[in-house]
Write a protein that binds this ligand. Structure first.
Ligand SMILES: C[S@@+](CC[C@H](N)C(=O)[O-])C[C@H]1O[C@@H](n2cnc3c(N)ncnc32)[C@H](O)[C@@H]1O
Length: 314
């Protein structure tokens, strides 16, 4: 946020880059380095990296979202150091520019504010729109298409495992009953349906919050992509290169934390196998779990749940 120029003056609701200063510190950008921002969004973090790169540096950017990519292409047209690829960061190893070696990889996970704010993207239970939720609406199945065909058990499992929704079975049953009467095609319809079967609790969060999160993570294969992206980033990083990942919920953070630990620390011995041999760390845990400070949380409530982890390739 601090010191970042607005990516595009005419852009609709702009995205506030979360934990921007800590990311820049963590990446320790070298002027002649090659960096990859796998989640370009509106380019707040990417611009911070570019500002720190010299004329010999290179910034590769990826995003699943065609709207984000359109803005990245404008940036690339104005700055020859920037290269753009419309794809999931899970496939970064298939991009020869990235496979050539990287000095840093940044992943700022999840959805961007513009995706949440625009009703037509179908991410928000607060704004009625088509029930889509795809970061890349040009490929794969929308949330409405999946809810129209999935069986009750599968829906309940997704709500439980990806949303930790205790009422998962009740909600899945209601969805299957309702779609027998009429297709569920709007975010407003789904939010109302969930609210009608889930007690409001303490009233702090909308009763559809957890279900919407779960369906979004499922539709975009977010956890699978994260696992593949971390492996690919580790392969592409050069010695001394930095990996910085911002997560927004515990399922993501657990994957990042365990990934770093697995490559940084010898697994603890146990009674059956007391001595673990031949472990060579390939990562160093640089930061542990970093959180946004109080001033940032006050200015940008979305940063409240952010956890940044930084690791260095050895
Ligand atoms: C939180 S925003 C990133 C904001 C960005 N750091 C900025 O400063 O504007 C997340 C972005 O990552 C994209 N995204 C999420 N998962 C992705 C993936 N697996 N591959 C590529 N892009 C992804 C989303 O489409 C969204 O644009």
């Amino acid at each position: 946020m601090t010191g970042v120029a607005g990516p595009r003056d005419a852009a609709p609701p702009s995205h506030l880059p979360v934990m921007w200063a800590q990311c820049m510190d963590g990446l320790r950008v070298r002027r002649d380095g090659r960096y990859l921002d796998g989640t370009f969004g509106r380019g707040g973090h990417a611009r911070g990296v570019l500002d720190r790169l010299g004329p010999e540096g290179r910034l590769l950017v990826m995003d699943k979202d065609p709207e984000a990519i359109a803005i990245a292409r404008e940036l690339a047209a104005a700055d020859a150091r920037v290269a753009v690829r419309h794809a999931s960061f899970a496939s970064l190893g298939e991009w020869d520019e990235a496979a050539a070696g990287l000095d840093g990889v940044l992943l700022d996970l999840g959805v961007s504010s513009p995706q949440l704010d625009v009703a037509a993207r179908g991410f928000s239970f607060g704004k009625d729109g088509p029930l889509d939720m795809r970061m890349d609406p040009t490929s794969g199945e929308s949330a409405a298409q999946w809810l129209a065909r999935a069986d009750e058990r599968e829906i309940a499992d997704v709500l439980w495992t990806l949303g930790e929704e205790r009422m998962s079975r009740r909600i899945a049953r209601a969805i299957v009953a309702r779609r027998g009467e009429a297709p569920i095609e709007r975010t407003g319809q789904l939010a109302e349906l969930i609210a009608s079967v889930v007690p409001r609790g303490d009233g702090k969060i909308h009763p559809a919050t957890r279900s919407f999160q779960a369906i979004r993570i499922f539709i975009n294969r977010e956890l699978e992509d994260l696992g593949r992206g971390l492996d690919a980033a580790l392969s592409a990083l050069r010695p001394g290169g930095r990996l910085a990942v911002i997560s927004f919920h515990s399922l993501e953070d657990r994957i990042v934390k365990q990934f770093i630990a697995r490559h940084a620390k010898a697994p603890a011995g146990n009674r059956r196998m007391p001595v673990v041999q031949d472990f060579t760390p390939v990562l160093r845990d640089v930061s542990g779990a970093l959180r946004a400070d109080a001033a940032e949380v006050a200015a940008n409530p979305r940063s409240r749940s952010a956890v940044l982890r930084v690791a260095e390739k050895l």
